[in-house]
Design a protein around this ligand. Structure first.
Ligand SMILES: [Zn+2]
Length: 166
C-alpha cells in the first residue's frame, strides 16, 4: 500500500491546486463489501477552487469500472463510474450546518488532514444504487426461468422436425 495522500482542503482550494491519480479498487476496504471482485482501478481528479458563492470547494471527478453484486442472483453487474461532485468546504460545524440546510449542495467539514482515498471511497459508495440488481433480461434468475421455457420450446421444435422427416 502506498502512503495515504492527505491534503489540507482549505489551502488546496485557496491555491487552486490540482491532484490527479489512480487508486486500485482492492485498496478500498469498505467499497469491497459491495463488489463481486476488486480488480481494476479508479481514476480521480481533485480541483481546488470556490463554489458558486465564495465558499472554498473541491471539484471531484472519479471514473472507472467496478463489479457490483446483484441483490437477486448475487452475480456481477458491470458498473461504470463517472462521478462529478462539487464539494463545499465548511470551516466549522456551524458553517457545516448552514451549508447542509441547502439540499442542493454537498459539503464536508474541512478537517486539516483530509484523506483523499477515504474521500474518493465515500463519494463512490454514496453514488451506488441502494439495491443493485440486473435489468429484466440480464439477471441469472430470469435466465433460469426463461431458459427452461426455451428448452421446452426447442424440444418441441425438435419433435416437430422429426415428425416432418417421417
Ligand atoms: Zn442478477
Amino acid at each position: 500500500m502506498s502512503a495515504p495522500i492527505v491534503i489540507d482542503p482549505l489551502d488546496f482550494a485557496r491555491n487552486a491546486e490540482v491532484l490527479r491519480g489512480k487508486m486500485v479498487v482492492s485498496g478500498f476496504e469498505r467499497l469491497r463489501d459491495y463488489l463481486t471482485d476488486d480488480r481494476g482501478e479508479l481514476q480521480y481528479s481533485i480541483v481546488g477552487g470556490s463554489g458558486a458563492g465564495t465558499e472554498p470547494s473541491l471539484q471531484i471527478r472519479i471514473q472507472g469500472q467496478i463489479s457490483l453484486k446483484c441483490q437477486r442472483c448475487l452475480g456481477t453487474i458491470g458498473h461504470m463510474l463517472d462521478l462529478r461532485t462539487d464539494l463545499l468546504l465548511a470551516r466549522d460545524k456551524s458553517e457545516l450546518a448552514r451549508l447542509d440546510a441547502d439540499a442542493s449542495v454537498d459539503c464536508i467539514l474541512a478537517t486539516p488532514e483530509l484523506d483523499i482515498a477515504a474521500l474518493v471511497e465515500d463519494e463512490v459508495i454514496l453514488s451506488l444504487p441502494a439495491s443493485p440488481r440486473h435489468g429484466e433480461d440480464e439477471c441469472a434468475i430470469d435466465k433460469q426461468e426463461s431458459g427452461n421455457t426455451e428448452e421446452g420450446r426447442s424440444a418441441f421444435s425438435a419433435l416437430a422436425a422429426l415428425k416432418k422427416l417421417h
